[in-house]
Design a protein around this ligand. Structure first.
Ligand code: MG
Length: 220
């Protein structure tokens, strides 16, 4: 998966993508769920990654496939049981990840108590990029974050609305599973999630990081 670090192409191959569900109050409200007491986590497979400029493939098995724009953390070094104050020195930088979700499959899984693996795990369900901004060049606590479909704003928020900080999220995960270099952590989405359709052009942006662009295409 090629991204830019500065002007240089960088081959990002994480061992895992850890994602946080409902980390923005307004999104938790739109999903009709209680605010979490600790970060609630799920995994997306590395095979779901899609480079900037690619095509998200909408599978026939779902009638509703949503976008969730998220600030993503890329790890620099191995992190195991680290406290919040040591998180930043273990982080390479930040990028944009869109956590694509088959909402109807997820709703069915929630109802029957099954995991979200299918709803979150299809190939191309994690567009990422366009670049990684080094951790010390950005204040991740106050960044505008947005997503447009065909030029129309669908999501608009700021990372200052996050319930758990990057430090809290990474520390928490590292007490459960060892984070390896280049592992990716998606930190949750602001409100305004909604469906994508065949032929849509999607732009996902975060202030001081850039704009990630992709298209949606129904698999026939
Ligand atoms: Mg998400």
């Amino acid at each position: 998966m090629i991204l830019l670090v500065g002007d240089r192409p960088f081959d990002l191959r994480p061992t895992k993508i850890v994602a946080v569900a409902r980390n923005y109050k307004a999104h938790a409200e739109e999903m009709n769920v209680d605010l979490p007491k600790e970060p609630s986590l799920f995994l997306k497979p590395p095979s779901s990654l899609l480079a900037n400029g690619g095509e998200v493939l909408l599978p026939q098995s779902s009638a509703r496939i949503d976008h969730e724009v998220e600030l993503a953390v890329v790890m620099k070094s191995r992190a195991k049981r680290i406290t919040t104050e040591y998180v930043k020195e273990n982080v390479l930088g930040y990028t944009i990840l869109v956590d694509i979700t088959a909402r109807d499959i997820q709703a069915e899984a929630k109802k029957s108590g099954m995991p979200w693996t299918v709803a979150k795990g299809y190939d191309t369900f994690a567009p990422i990029g366009p670049r990684i901004v080094p951790v010390d060049e950005i204040d991740e606590k106050n960044l505008d974050i947005w997503l447009k479909i065909n030029g129309v704003y669908k999501q608009r928020g700021n990372t200052n609305q996050m319930i758990f900080t990057v430090e809290e999220i990474v520390s928490h995960i590292s007490h459960i599973m060892t984070l390896e270099p280049l592992d990716v952590i998606a930190t949750g989405t602001p409100s305004g999630v909604g469906p994508m359709h065949d032929g849509d052009t999607i732009e996902a942006g975060i202030e001081n990081i850039g704009t990630l662009r992709f298209k949606a295409a129904r698999i026939h």
